[in-house]
Design a protein. Sequence first.
Length: 188
Amino acid sequence: MNKIHRSGRFAWRTLGLVVCLLIAFGAAGCGKGKLLDLNQGSGTLTISTEPQGAVIIFDGSNRGWAYVQKPIILKGVSYGWHSIKAVLPGYVPRIDEMNFDSSLAAVRMALSKNTFGRLTIVVDPSGAEVFVDSRFYGAASPTKEINGLAFGGHTVWVRKKGFRPELKSIVVERQTHRAYHLKLRPER
């Protein structure tokens, strides 16, 4: 009985060793040549926009405003995929994904003003001032129609003397007209 038990234990150990070797060889084969194919290095990326003056967000980090005379110049950009977002009030925000793979590259992002985002703000009580992204659009009596907004997220702020101001995050979508209802509460 001991012989059978020992040979069973030997078989399990052998099987475990074979599985480990197969995993190791498979992992080595899967990675073969991958390290040599990686683009290692960094370079300089120049970003400009048309029209000029857009805020550039590179890989989630605000990098400033891009102008023709003074474009955004990023040094030490690692090779690989990056995300560039350009935002300019009155224009549709643009996000480009790019594969940066040279020591020097330039990107020019054209922004579109072809927006037709529409929304209606309904305010109770009537006569409140309506702001979208800090821009004044007039008083709502009791509604205010707003056209030509860039698609995407915006902030609506409504205020009236004697009432607490109301702030709401909204989304303007393509070919969609939305109505947002805001009820102001009296100040105490």
